[in-house]
Design a protein around this ligand. Structure first.
Ligand code: AMP
Ligand code: GLY
Length: 423
């Protein structure tokens, strides 16, 4: 089987390494992939948003199965376009990917179907938003409606900061069209949990839970990033909470999407907050999370391609999806300066003995040398019987990898360890 994976980051590398284990797979293409995954896939220089080129490539190369991993192509209709040419795909169609593509859509969906989430108001007029903020409860959260590279969410601790956020989105167009409409919502508190779930529109099968570390600095300080590390499972996510989430969030969401004529097939990501009033949805993503995938997929014991094809064919209820009881920790190594300005082009070395455990996100191959080529450069994941050993193992991997200006958080997993002790 010839497989095509659309995307080029650590998440895609984790998917590719797992897909490779299926013995029917003869070739894997990554569009565009990155230099660090060249040993696992054939990288093709086609951007993940260039849907006509993606479709042409798939047709010309007789691709048997396509996996569309990032949000942009899903929201832009890559799956619809590939399916039109008869290519089976993993990922939702555009009419379902809107659950991530528009926050207004997802908030209204949750309100209509009584799915627990933060209270909110929608604005497409700046003056009305500013007026609302004069008396709104503070802190508050200002969100751009559309995709904004994970940066369209501003937690405002003061009224002024909230008003500035609104102006930056609606007047200065900091996020372009994505910020023409905004959501202002209630600030929630509590531990965050990421739950990725396979769904074929009939059943929903949650994967092992995980915990992201979004801030750049230790102890959750500094700017938000795409994610600086993850652990799985998430100790806050008990069996009782999992059951509650299935009943109040996961199944109602799948049913709501069916009811709206927007059946979701693929990986649905539930960003949850365990508030004092129960679990609530912070956000939906229409895809695997990054870097959650780099801890979740290594713990998957079932064959990923088999599960994905079952999702596509609507046969998930007949397919075993088994996860290991072990723990996993992924530490992201980033370029110095990220998430702001950083330099690229530093040579890096990843010893071949550990390369199976390294997911490369931002690297380019040049004259046989692997060079840094992004903010988040790679993730190193260790699996072990205990969370302590997984964390220790991941940091040991990190210590064996080097490039100039390498930055990583020193406390990935520390909060999870503390949470477990509190229990
Ligand atoms: P996002 O970019 O949508 O993943 O949001 C970034 C982060 O903002 C989330 O992981 C939460 O930590 C935080 N956040 C989003 N919405 C809320 C909310 N209503 N209350 C508190 N924190 C929030
Ligand atoms: N780690 C959060 C995301 O993938 O959006």
């Amino acid at each position: 089987m010839k497989i095509m994976v659309v995307g080029g980051g650590g998440r895609e590398h984790a998917i590719i390494k797992k897909i490779k284990l299926n013995k029917d797979v003869t070739e894997i293409f990554a569009l565009p992939g990155n230099g660090g995954m060249a040993g696992d896939a054939t990288c093709v220089n086609i951007g993940a948003k260039d849907i006509p080129a993606i479709v042409d490539f798939a047709v010309e190369n007789k691709i048997d199965y396509a996996i569309v991993a990032p949000d942009d192509p899903l929201v832009l209709g890559a799956v619809d376009a590939l399916e039109e040419k008869g290519i089976p795909c993993f990922g939702p169609r555009a009419n379902a990917a809107i659950i991530e593509g528009s926050k207004v859509f997802s908030k209204n969906l949750m309100k209509k179907y009584n799915i627990p989430t933060a209270q909110y108001e929608v604005f497409d007029n700046m003056d009305a938003a500013l007026k609302y903020l004069e008396t709104a409860p503070i802190p508050t959260v200002v969100k751009a409606d559309g995709l904004a590279l994970g940066k369209g969410v501003i937690i405002a601790e003061t009224r002024e900061a909230a008003m500035d956020a609104v102006k930056s989105m609606m007047q200065d167009k900091a996020f372009g069209k994505s910020g023409e409409t905004i959501v202002i919502e209630e600030f929630l508190t509590g531990p965050e949990v990421s739950v990725l779930a396979f769904t074929d529109g009939n059943v929903v099968v949650p994967m092992v839970s995980s915990m992201d570390h979004k801030r750049i600095g230790d102890n959750d300080t500094g700017l938000n990033t795409g994610g600086m590390g993850t652990v799985a499972p998430n100790p806050y996510y008990t069996d009782a909470i999992a059951k509650e989430c299935m009943e109040t969030i996961f199944l109602p969401t799948i049913n709501a999407m069916n009811n709206e004529g927007r059946t979701f097939k693929g990986c649905l990501y539930f960003g949850l907050m365990l508030t004092p009033n129960g679990p609530k949805v912070i956000e939906y993503n229409c895809r695997f999370g990054d870097p959650e995938t780099q801890v979740v997929l290594p713990l998957l014991e079932s064959d990923l391609l088999t599960v994905m094809k079952a999702v596509t064919e609507g046969k998930l209820s007949d397919t075993e999806v088994k996860f290991s009881n072990k723990s996993a920790c992924c530490v992201i190594m980033a370029s110095k300066g990220y998430p702001e300005k950083y330099d690229k082009g530093f040579e890096m070395t990843i010893p071949s003995a550990i390369s199976d455990k390294v997911y490369v996100a931002g690297a380019a191959l040049s004259d046989g040398k692997l060079l840094t080529n992004g903010g988040r450069v790679l993730g190193a994941t260790e699996i072990a019987d205990t969370l302590e050993s997984a964390i220790e193992g991941a940091y040991k991997l990190v210590s064996e990898i080097s490039f100039e200006g390498a930055y990583y958080r020193r406390d990935i997993g520390a909060k999870a360890l503390r949470a477990r002790e509190e229990k």
